[in-house]
Design a protein around this ligand. Sequence first.
Ligand code: MTE
Ligand code: CO
Length: 415
Amino acid sequence: MSGRGRNRRGFLAAAGGVLGAAGLAPVLRAAEFKPEAPDWTKNLGPGVDAAPYGKPSPHEKHVIRRSVEWLTATPQSSVNFTPLHELDGIVTPNGLCFERHHAGVPDIPPAEHKLLVHGLVERPLKFSMAELRRFPPTSVFHFLECAANGGMEWRGAQLNGVQYTHGMLHCVQYTGVPLRLVLEAAGLKGQAKWLLLEGADAAAMTRSLPLAKALDDCLLAYSMNGERLRSEQGYPLRLVVPGWEGNIWVKWLRRIELGDQPWQTREETAKYTDLMPDGRARRFTWLQEVKSVITDPAPEARLAGKGFRCIKGLAWSGEGRIARVDVSRDGGRNWTTARLEPPVLPKCLTRFYLDWQWSGEEVLLQSRAIDEKGFVQPSPAVLQKTRGVNPIYHNNGIQTWAVNRDGTVENVRLG
Ligand code: MTE
Ligand code: CO
């Protein structure tokens, strides 16, 4: 027998062992082997152009972005959340990407949108969308996480759902122009060290970005997952800042000014700074540090009964690739290394799995990610010890899901 054949039999035997004698589906008796002819097999369905732009199956109506009513005063300055427990793989469908905006979604005709590049440059330039699209494009997969993801959980368990605890997160393939090419076209002056980025929305949101990051891997994106950006994600142009907090990914981008120092805008002074126990605030904490969460089981994805369950989760790091994810079933005392599913890309969501037999006992499920630079996702206790209880932003603490004997799952905080 060839080596390959042996491996295959080995795999099948192992799979049988993991899944157990009960298996995953009922074993049929001979009398039940009848071919089925339900209505949808007997009748023709609608024709090809019934839906020229497709929608999800009508049976998937529950798979939606959701909001937390008490969180914000107006829907214009608000957020909704990605249903992470319903998604497979690493790509977020465009219609399910969480939205965060400070002053509503502008409706911008692409023919009227311009990007101004000025300040410390040799040649101030104003690009139309058509001109930007003439640059050689590039396509990259990256996660975007709001700095406030998990902000409600700093002081303890708050919201009973992975959609709410971790859903200010999405991951798509962006297509656009490397920001470096546009800056080179304008010609940088020697003193240029910082960029001001400004959005065209009613907030005219502004952030300062260090030049080194702009030249490294930032992208002026006009497409996501193969089609033009959705209005709520910044149509017709947004900045992609891989691995950095969502706030600096300015949407509806209309102006880039080059300067020799940061502008100290509202979004980097009054907001998006982290208040420390000594009363001082950390500023310019752009990086989204190593983090993970189990998306199934989760409060919205309970266990139906004892037996086999594949634990599924997501891990990500603004530093680069995910190196390893460990899963604990006893609240962090013992850890088992999970399986990472390719592709494992830098600054991108990574999918992990762990096969598991649940015997009906109470379990405290956790995941802990480690990135390629060796950073380890901390426990909430360690985070609180160093940063206190005041920061809203940059909560990358380990999440605990308590599995009860009846199979329900709850958000809990240990110790
Ligand atoms: N850009 C502009 N112009 N206006 C905004 O309100 N919100 C920021 C950022 N870019 C915002 C913006 C914040 S706080 C986040 S987390 C991300 O956009 C959210 O991106 P998304 O709506 O595509 O999820
Ligand atoms: Co944000």
